[in-house]
Design a protein around this ligand. Structure first.
Ligand code: G3P
Length: 357
């Protein structure tokens, strides 16, 4: 009997140990660091048969195109990796997003964050400079900027801070004002509380445009409008339709002040601990996903604009010159930007625009 009990104890212990070192599935998000640390010293070619579980966290809700394209990416990666990778997609901000989501990346969690390029700006400030107000009037102009050495160097700087940038081009449209009253000039923004992502770039921009910026995660905005805490949000047509915000506010003023674009980021520590094959699969599928997201977004923007009009949303042209003039000082507000970065961006942009003609 004693011998039997010892055998049972040994087996139980073995099970416990296996549980500690196995897949990180199901752990709370803030335990991710331990998961990443556990794997960080592993040889690059991890033994076959071992599954890596990586959480993909995003603010986008399932009805939005970016979430739909991400779902395809995650499914394709899981299928293609033959069980060596399990990416788990968490939409609607269920897990940390924004600054908190980026912290998970930086601290080495098994984690992919899909959120605004501006959250990279908290670590490499010049990312905010390349996504500043009114810089681009087409997606292609922004894509041209991504090809420059300037941006490639930013990605290297991010790596030095522990952030591997997989993509910077998941666009979801130019951002305009969805509010409870029409806006035509900066004066019309006076007294309006406008929700912005938790980012200085957005705060400064909305302030310069004449409004009161109120930072909060997007998923909180629906209730905040209903409770009268904010008068509206700024965002794209894709956001307006996809998140059902038209149920709350019905005036869309076309400021097009910032580009809605997501970065896909992962910890360099985690990235380096994956096998070459796993890295290739992840990178290739996210590349395909960004193309899918772009194609669908371009297709859907007009469709969604019509749908919004059909449910009673009014579209308004604005005095764009006035807003551009008002936001010019935003580019002087960031003391951590590289001196001369604005001029460099404008030089690149001039060339990009000439090449696109
Ligand atoms: O689902 C929210 C998304 O469409 C926009 O989020 O934080 O960039 O305004 P955000």
């Amino acid at each position: 009997m004693k011998k039997f009990l010892s055998i049972v104890l040994v087996i139980a212990l073995l099970f416990t140990l296996a549980g500690c070192g196995g897949a990180k599935d199901g752990k709370p998000a803030d335990e991710g660091k331990d998961a990443a640390t556990e794997t960080s010293d592993k040889p690059k070619d991890a033994p076959s048969g071992e599954k890596r579980v990586i959480k993909v966290s995003t603010k986008f809700v399932d009805e939005e195109q970016t979430a739909k394209s991400l779902k395809k990416v995650v499914d394709a990666i899981n299928e293609r990796s033959n069980g060596s990778l399990e990416l788990q997609l968490f939409t609607g901000g269920i897990l940390p997003i924004g600054k908190d989501g980026m912290e998970q990346v930086v601290k080495g969690s098994e984690w992919i964050l899909v959120d605004g390029v501006n959250f990279l700006g908290d670590y490499v400030p010049d990312y905010n400079a390349i996504t500043g107000p009114f810089l681009y009037s087409t997606f292609d102009e922004y894509f041209g900027m991504l090809e420059t050495d300037l941006v490639k160097n930013l990605n290297k700087e991010a790596e030095e801070q522990g952030i591997k940038v997989l993509e910077l081009d998941w666009v979801f449209g130019f951002r305009s004002m969805m509010t409870d009253k029409p806006i035509k000039t900066p004066e019309d923004m006076d007294g309006l509380n406008i929700r912005v992502p938790n980012s200085r770039l957005y705060t400064y921009t909305i302030e310069a445009m004449g409004g009161n910026p109120v930072s909060m995660p997007y998923p909180d905005t629906y209730a905040a409008i209903q409770q009268g805490v904010i008068n509206g949000v700024e965002g794209s047509i894709m956001t307006y339709w996809g998140t059902g915000q038209y149920e709350n506010v019905k005036e869309y003023s076309l400021t097009n002040h910032l580009l809605g674009v997501s970065a896909i980021t992962i910890s360099t520590e985690v990235w380096d601990s994956l096998t070459d094959e796993q890295r290739t699969i992840i990178q290739e599928e996210f590349d395909k996903g960004s193309q899918d997201n772009l194609t669908e977004t371009i297709k859907l923007e007009d469709d969604y604009a019509q749908k919004l009009k059909d449910v009673g949303v009014h579209f308004h042209e604005v005095d764009q010159e006035a807003f551009m003039e008002a936001t010019a000082p935003v580019f002087t507000k960031f003391d951590k930007w590289t001196p001369g970065i604005y001029d460099e961006i404008m030089k690149e942009l001039k060339e990009i625009k000439a090449n696109l003609k």
